[in-house]
Design a protein around this ligand. Sequence first.
Ligand SMILES: Cc1cc2nc3c(=O)[nH]c(=O)nc-3n(C[C@H](O)[C@H](O)[C@H](O)COP(=O)(O)OP(=O)(O)OC[C@H]3O[C@@H](n4cnc5c(N)ncnc54)[C@H](O)[C@@H]3O)c2cc1C
Length: 464
Amino acid sequence: MADAAALNEALRLLRDCVPEERVISRKDILESYARDETPDISGVPDILVFPVSTREVSQIAKICSRLRVPLIPRGKGTGVAGGALALCGGMMISFERMNKIIEIDRENLAAVVEPGAVTREIDQAAKQFGLMYPPDPSSLDSCSIGGNVAVGAGGPRAVKYGTTRDYVIGLECVLANGDIITLGGKYVKNATGYGLIPLLVGSEGTLALITKIILRLIPRPACVIDMLVPFEDIGSALRSVEHITAAKIVPAAMEFMEEDALRLVTEYLGAKMPFPAARAHLLIELDGLTEEEVLRQAGNIVSVLKLNENDIVVAQTEQEKERVWRARRSIREAIARKSPVFLAEDTVVPRADVRRFLLKLKSEFSSRNLVSLMFGHAGDGNVHVDVLKGDMPLDEWRAMLPELKTAIYRIAAECGGTISGEHGIGFLKKDHLPIVMDEYTLQLMRKIKQAFDPLGILNPGKVV
Ligand SMILES: Cc1cc2nc3c(=O)[nH]c(=O)nc-3n(C[C@H](O)[C@H](O)[C@H](O)COP(=O)(O)OP(=O)(O)OC[C@H]3O[C@@H](n4cnc5c(N)ncnc54)[C@H](O)[C@@H]3O)c2cc1C
């Protein structure tokens, strides 16, 4: 817990550099920042501050560093690894008000943004100039780019375009002691010294506070279509993914949902889904610079998978696309409605091992009588496995979780994968890192943390 005298002094000093209305110590407001989207875990900050400039962020860090007060960065609080929670109190620094899209640079195909900008808005701003910011976490309407950079977020389009990590070309950051550093710029090649940008992307607020981001943009594909393909079981859906990959067709996205996930989301949306009898769905997005190119890819998929064109849905208008994506995008809300307490995992395995991984997991869950739902990014091996608490007593659920998580992560490791593909380690997976990382690597990570943040004030208790 943060020291009470240090917190009082921090509050006093803060009011000298940040206007009073942006420094919060009211209990009810602090409590509304006690949670993110991680089920069943919370922590109330002692102080909440909303900076609007890098200078203010630097002053805040200097105060925390001088008084050894924990400083917890927060974007929009949609994280699911408990990364943006003040689990031991301290000062929370919210980037919500540093949310400007500063520039879309058409000549350099780059965007300059503040960390609190909402991800969808950046892509929409780029769209006006025929450009695209490809990373598309399913939460893109509500999460911030700072949070995306901090966790290295991905999304369905990762299969073709990669993740946030592949688009960050410049950063401005404030270090734990308040120093301001700038890295990279509006250039796409950079071989200048150690790669600190890739190190900071995915550092989950434990190494530095991100105050400005330069993103690479790409020309926007002129034509996008979605295909919804039903299957009689998840095995055939995933075999089809293997066939598409082997045929060297690279869709923009390839998402799967298995039977239990489909049933739950249909129940939640109350809408009739296409192919209600199907026991698995594959949602394939194809894009390209011309309609001809995209239709050719669609034709290739139809012939590689030996599909009957009447048995699939092809969505070309915005309305049709919204309909086919709705189920996939609503799945998290459907789960939360059914069982507010659930385990949400985002393991990743080599693409060719997804099928083996899922079968092993299903048999593990049924041996424990647990209800599980599987869905995710079949094209890049990032499988979301959600296990519902249902009506199990909370104490029993909590007692069982560490062992269940260990079992899931061991199976992922056995299948050649790892324990997070896009949500990060945060607080939730910290204790499980040794399953996939040897002690030398962990020591190296701890030394990196020590070099950036010798007093350990930045987002303590997260990652390592
Ligand atoms: C319905 C739903 C769907 C989702 N779908 C996806 C998905 O498809 N792909 C995916 O990757 N994730 C997904 N997520 C998880 C979440 O949206 C992402 O992790 C997102 O990147 C978090 O952004 P945020 O702004 O909410 O960050 P927060 O949750 O506020 O913070 C996340 C982490 O970033 C740190 N942080 C935030 N801002 C800064 C900053 N400026 N400087 C330093 N550190 C900072 C925090 O300390 C914390 O460790 C989903 C979540 C939900 C609820």
